[in-house]
Each structure stands twice: as C-alpha cells, then as structure tokens.
Design a protein around this ligand. Structure first.
Ligand SMILES: Nc1nc2c(ncn2[C@@H]2O[C@H](COP(=O)(O)OP(=O)(O)OP(=O)(O)O)[C@@H](O)[C@H]2O)c(=O)[nH]1
Length: 791
C-alpha cells in the first residue's frame, strides 16, 4: 500500500515519535485477538482510516483559515466546512453486538466463559435460578476487570412496585381451592419473591402506598450504578455473583447485595485487553423471555434489535420439539425484519451429553462402527448440522428476502461443548467448536471494519473532490444559471419518486388483506390455545392477570413469553413477512423493493448536478462522477437511516394497533377478583376480542400499517424536498457571485485519491493472504495446524 507521509520538522519528530510508537503498540495490543493474516488487514484498514482523518483535518484547517476573517461565508463553503467537520468527528467504529439469545439454563454463561476463557459467570444448577437481566461482556483497554450494574430509576421501580402489588392483592374473595391454586402461580411466586427481596418478609401483604414508605434493605446508590473492580476474573465473579445470582427459595438471610436483584436493569462487564475477544465486540447474554417490568422488557427488545449478529443458543436435549426453541428462532427472525440484524446462527450447546449405549441402540445404520463417546458425539454433531442447517435455511428463506446475507452463509449451525472445552476428556479444543465461534466473532468485526473504512474513505474522497471542484477559479461562470429550471427539474423527479414509492408499497396490500382474512378466521383458535393450560387453571390465575396488567404481554424469567397481541396478529405477519422483507431489501433490485427507486432518483440528481457543474466550470471527469452520488446521499439527509428506523415502527404497527384496541378489555379483565376469577377473566378477554374483531380490529390494524407506509412515503419526499435548498446552494455558489477563492487543497485531494486507490489494494492483499494461508494449511496440515500457528 502506498505510504505517503507529511513533510515534518525535526522538532515535530521529537514529539511525535514516542506518540506514534505508543499508538502503534496500542494498535498491536488491540489486534492481538486476531491471527496475523487478519491483523495485517485490520492494520491496513486502520492506517487508511487514520490517514483519511488527517487529510480531512488538514483540509478543514485550510478552509477555515481562508474564510476565518471574512464577514460573510458563502453558503457553499459553509456546507463544505460542516461536512468536513461531521466526517472528522464521526466515531471510528460502533461496537459489533453479538446477542446470545436463549432460555435459562441453555448454557449461555458457560459458553461466554469458554469463549473468553475465564470462569467469569458461574453456571446455574437446576435448583437455583439466575438473573434474567441482560449481561454485556466486552474487552477494554484497562488492566482491571470491571462490572457496572445499572439499576432501575426511582420512577421505573415505582411503576414495577405498583404492578407487583396490583398482581398480589385481590385474592381476598377467592374460594379455598382457588386460593391454593393462586399461591402456586408462577407470577404470584415471583412477585412475592421480588417484594420480599427488596423490603423483607411480610412485604407481600403491604399495599403500594405502604411499601413506598418502607426503606429497601439493600443499599441503592443515588447514581443508580454500582461499579465493581477486581484484579482477577474470579475475584470479580465472586463480587458480581452476589448481585446477579440468587437462590429462589429460602431467601431468609439473603445478603444486602442480593436484595438489589429485582432492581437490576442490566450489567456491563469489561475484561482487560483480551487475546480472545477483540475490542469492539460486545457479547450480550439475552435471556429468552423478556421481563415483567416494562422498562426491562423494552430494553430486552431494544437489545435484540441492536445486535448485528444473533446466536440462538439451544441445549442439545431441548432442541427438538421444544416450543421455547421455536419461539427464540421466530423472535430472532423478527429482529432481522425490524432491526439491524443481518446474521443468525444456531449454537447447539452441551453436545458432550450423550448416553453411548442409548445412542448406539437408536442409531440407524451409520457408515462406520462407532467405537467411542468421541466418535458418537462427532457423528451426532454432523447429523445435527445437516438437519438443522436445512430446517433453519428453509425457515429463513420463507421469512426473509432471497438476498439476505444470512442465506448465503454455509455454516448456520455450530455444535459446541463448553464443558469439554475445559476438560478435554474426549474432545479436542477444535472439536468443541469454541475456536470456531471465536473466528466467527473476529470475522464479524473485520467485516464491519472493512465496510466502515471503505465507506469512510469513499465519502471523504467525494468531499475532497467537491472541495477541489469548488475551488476552480479558472472557469468562472460563463453561463447564467437557471435556478428555476433546476427547481422544476427536482420537483418533477420528486413527483416521479413519489409515484414509484406508492407502487412499491402497494405490494403489501394483497398479503395484508389476505392476512386479515386468515386472522379473522383463526383468532378464536389461537386465543383458545393461549388461554388454556394443559394442567387446568391451576397456577394460571395470576399469570393471566399479569398478562392483562401488561396489556396482553407477560414475560417472566421462568415461563415462555406470552404475547396475546402478537399471537392473534401472527396470521397477518405470516402473510406479509416475505413481501415486507422484499420492500426493504438492499441487494438486487426488484419491482417490489424501495431502495432501487431511491437510487434511481439519486442518479438523476447526480446527472443534473454534474451538468450544472460543468456549465459552472467544475472540472469534470467521468471517473469522479459516482462520488457525487455519495454526496447526494448525504445531502438527502441520511435517507437510508430514516427508512431503517421507520421500518421497525411499520412492522410493529399491527401488534401495537391490536394491543391499543384491546386495552379496555385487558383493563376490565385485570380488575376481576373473587370466585372463578380466572374463568371470568378469560370470558372477558374472549368477549372483548370477539367484539373488537366484529368492530373491525384487524382491518384497523391493516389501516394503521398502511398509514405507517404512507407516512414513510411522506417522510421521504419531505426530506428530499428539504434537501433541494442545499442542492441549489451548491449549484449556485459559484454562479451567484458568492464564489470565494479558497485555500489550495490540491495536495490533500491528491493524497485522498491515493488513499482511495489503496482501498482496492488492501482488499486484494487480504484475499491474497487468505489464499496463501489456506494453501499452506492444505500443504502441511500437520505442521501448520491452526491459523494461529502462522503468527
Ligand atoms: N454437560 C454439559 N453441561 C453444560 C455445558 N454448558 C453448560 N452446562 C450446564 O448447564 C447448566 C446451565 O448452564 P448456564 O451456562 O448457567 O446456562 P445459562 O443459559 O447461562 O442459564 P441462565 O444463567 O439461567 O440464563 C449448568 O449446570 C452448566 O454446568 C456443556 O457444554 N456440557
């Protein structure tokens, strides 16, 4: 890669060298989780980025110096200055969030421990229960282990308290039998436990107002954050454990730390520099069910949505037939529809658990005779991979548009054993597949870095090109600019765009209508299934009350998530899913996709800008042409980001609409106490839903989704229209006599051009190195072993 250094003085050197060295060694430290081939690529990308930042800074300084003392700064120049500053200040890389999404006991904590190679989180045994709060693990630059425990705010806890007490009180008029069943209810048990934890025994019989006056037993810091530090992982683990792990039964004499548990919102753990997980990656342990507390439940959804990779974690023994497993997968696929997630994988845990005689008995004619536990485990792993890969791919294909990245992945399933990673009783480290997951993590970060730097350098080059063109003094306007012509042109194009968007959104109409029809036909059956428990009403009273208190959604740490609104709208989602994904797809252009229309619009603007530019004396070069597109994207106000954000709201609008319509019915049901409360609650819900459906609940949901699409269309056109002003400013800056001779940025432009060329070189180098590495591995697998050996 070309290496151009700025000319500098000896004095500069005296100060700069040590800093440079330090930076370099910092960089080496940060990349140490990567094998040498990946390190090289990362370093090259970082170098490209930091040089680009330097060029941008120099250009910025030159520009502000040349206009600093002026009374008025031309608008076009202001635009350039602001854009340069925005690029300079752009953060280097948002973390890559990898969500480990699984039910309690699936083996998430053990998996994280194995990946980071530290006994950081104590695994739970069957009897005890662990916190359902979200735990984030990342590695940082400090030397210590650190944990930050974030607590609910005062207001958030009060809201929780209100709901917990509402849930508990009102059992007074129950019959004896019902009261006994009531006590065995999970929701009740959990509410009692939470109140006793925070306020001590007897709290469960106090009212909300009384509890507000009771001082919590644990110490709650005003900042609502508890920070723990330790030199060793084990030491932090001990300290942390007291807060987040707790025995469900027998809470007498719980420590003050444990008493904080119901207040915990989420926990952030930072490891010192790690050789195993690179800086910039955050592993997030996401419990599978969500939470009764609205704030925590909201966080749960948001956390799932911010993950760019989701691993669905499933215990090998609960893989087949488990409803929870299916629910988790569905939720992850939804995250791909709503959020930023582009990559889903299934991680099957505890693969060492195999009863050999049983396995051999049930094994249907394998190729070879199985001699040992190891062979059996490996054979079963292969089978699981084949089978689950196929099932998962089919499922994803049905739900997501064809060009979704995850569909191209060859490996969608990993079969791991955290236990064997430590013990290696019969599997090697490689065979536990923990190293494979680490490779996955590194690859995700490297991919993101590559995409980010490519975009950054391209954008910077486009901006330098624009600055340089602006600065062209040779050809001052020879022709008068027809501003009204340009305005008319853009307005016409906007009109065309509006029509195209309307056509593209129209694709959702039919499946939406079809979905509503199916939902109407099936809601009674679906609701029935949600309201009936195989063991009767026993233990279901209060769970149902909790569902009603939370407007149809109940999430606890122990039960599968219940969401009545989502359940009855599911038939609509089933119909619209592929079309919805198709509208927002980013890859190959199709009729139903939105982005190609936006791109076509951008191209037409770019053509016009170039045309005007040439007339105004911009230096024109067809190779530079496409950089204007980049700038036009920015001028259009981050349209893509806007669309992505709205997408989520549109998708959720169906379930939200149904939830709104059913609110009065949930409220009515939540008030019910006394004899046969559970049956009466169910009646109220059934009747309420019947009535709402008769009054057009599903049609209203359909309308609301259509309205959301309409709003997105308006939002896009408004943004586009708003950007015309900037376009006109840029196009007229020279023409209307506001032209200002700016500092010469030629050398910066040249350097930026070189950096931009290097992008391709870096990508080619990475490919070449990977190829060489694979070649070496193939030639001498014995000697080289793993990629790490090439370091
Ligand atoms: N045999 C075997 N047992 C495992 C393995 N991984 C985890 N376990 C056991 O499974 C149980 C649950 O593991 P955890 O790692 O605590 O599960 P989790 O998903 O973090 O559970 P929560 O903390 O409740 O969310 C513990 O008893 C572990 O010892 C494994 O690879 N093999």
């Amino acid at each position: 890669m070309a290496d151009t250094e700025e000319p500098h003085s000896v004095e500069d050197d005296l100060f700069k060298e040590p800093i440079k060295k330090r930076r370099r060694s910092d960089r080496d430290q940060r990349f140490r989780a990567f094998p040498s081939v990946e390190q090289c690529a990362l370093k090259e990308y970082e170098k490209l980025e930091s040089r680009t930042r330097r060029v941008l800074s120099n250009t910025y300084q030159k520009l502000i110096q040349s206009v600093f003392l002026d009374d008025s700064i031309p608008n076009g120049v202001k635009y350039l200055i602001n854009r340069l500053l925005a690029l300079i200040e752009k953060p280097s890389l948002d973390p890559v969030y990898i969500g480990l999404f699984g039910s309690t006991g699936a083996g998430k904590s053990s998996l994280i421990n194995a990946i980071i190679q530290r006994a950081m989180f104590l695994p739970v045994s069957g009897e005890s229960i662990c916190t359902s709060c979200i735990v984030q693990v990342s590695s940082g630059c400090c030397e210590q282990y650190e944990a930050k425990i974030h607590l609910l705010s005062d207001q958030e806890w009060k809201e929780e308290l209100k709901n917990l007490t509402r849930l508990l009180h009102g059992t007074e008029e129950l019959g004896r039998e019902e009261a006994a069943a009531w006590d065995r209810d999970d929701a009740v048990e959990e509410a009692i436990w939470k109140l006793q934890m925070v306020y001590g025994n007897g709290a469960e019989s106090k009212s909300y107002e009384q509890l507000l006056r009771v001082k919590p037993k644990g110490k709650i810091p005003a900042s609502r954050i508890i920070t723990l530090k330790a030199e060793e992982a084990g030491e932090l683990s001990d300290k942390l454990d007291a807060y987040i792990r707790t025995q469900r039964r027998g809470w007498d004499g719980e420590s003050a730390e444990a008493r904080i548990w119901p207040l915990i919102k989420h926990v952030e753990v930072t490891l010192p520099k790690s050789e195993l997980i690179p800086e910039g990656v955050v592993l997030v342990d996401i419990p599978g069910t969500g939470d009764f507390n609205s704030k925590r439940d909201e966080m749960w959804k948001k956390t799932i949505d911010k993950c760019s990779v989701i691993w669905v974690i499933s215990d090998i023994e609960r893989l087949s037939g488990g409803k929870a497993h299916g629910d988790l997968l569905n939720e992850s696929i939804k995250a791909c529809q709503r959020g930023f997630c582009r990559d889903v994988a299934l991680v099957v845990t505890k693969t060492d658990k195999l009863h050999l005689p049983e396995y051999l008995r049930e094994r249907k004619g394998g190729k070879q005779a199985i001699q040992s536990q190891r062979e059996a485990v490996l054979e079963r792993n292969e089978m699981i991979k084949l089978e689950r890969n196929r099932i998962l791919k089919n499922k994803l294909k049905r739900k997501l548009p064809g060009d979704f990245k995850v569909l191209e992945a060859s490996d969608l399933v990993y079969t791991v054993s955290a236990q064997e990673y430590w013990q290696q009783a019969f599997l090697t480290e490689e065979e536990t597949e923990i190293p494979k997951l680490r490779e996955y993590i590194r690859k995700s970060l490297l991919d993101k870095k590559r995409r980010m730097v490519t975009k950054y350098v391209t954008e910077a080059f486009g901006l330098l090109l624009l600055t340089d063109s602006f600065n062209s003094a040779q050809n001052l306007p020879s022709e008068h600019l027809h501003m009204s012509g340009l305005r008319r042109f853009v307005e016409e194009k906007v009109e065309l765009l509006e029509k195209a968007i309307a056509q593209c959104f129209a694709h959702i109409e039919r499946p939406l209508q079809e979905g509503v029809r199916t939902a109407r036909a099936s809601y009674r059956r679906i609701l029935g299934a949600c309201l009936v428990r195989s063991k009767g009403n026993q233990g279901f009273h209060q769970t149902l009350k909790a569902v009603c208190l939370k407007n149809g959604i109940y999430a606890s740490r122990t039960l599968a998530r219940i969401d009545l609104n989502e359940a009855i709208t599911q038939p609509i989602y089933d119909q619209i899913d592929p079309v919805f994904g198709g509208i927002f797809r980013t890859g190959k252009p199709t009729d139903s996709a939105l982005m190609p229309h936006i791109d076509a619009f951008k191209h037409s603007l770019q053509e016009k800008m170039t045309e005007i530019g040439i007339r105004n004396g911009w230096k024109y070069d067809s190779y530079k042409k496409h950089f204007l597109i980049q700038e036009i994207s920015t001028i259009l106000g981050g349209l893509e980001g806007h669309i992505l954000r709205r997408k989520r709201r549109i998708y959720e609008s169906l379930a939200t609409s149904v939830q709104n319509d059913l609110k009065p019915c949930y409220e009515e049901a939540a008030q019910i106490t006394g004899k046969r409360a559970c049956e009466r609650m169910k009646d109220v819900i059934r009747r309420g839903v019947d009535q709402q459906v008769a009054e057009g609940m599903f049609e209203r949901a359909q309308e609301r989704m259509q309205h959301q699409f309409q709003q997105l269309k308006t939002g896009i056109t408004e943004r586009v229209m708003g950007s015309i002003a900037t376009m006109l400013t840029l196009a007229s800056s020279q023409g209307d006599g506001l032209y200002k001779e700016l500092a010469d940025v030629k050398s910066e432009y040249k350097e930026m051009e070189k950096l931009h060329r290097s992008l391709r070189e870096v990508a080619e180098n990475a490919l070449l190195r990977r190829g060489m590495q694979e070649f070496l591995l193939r030639m001498s697998p014995g000697k080289v072993g793993s990629p790490r050996a090439l370091q």
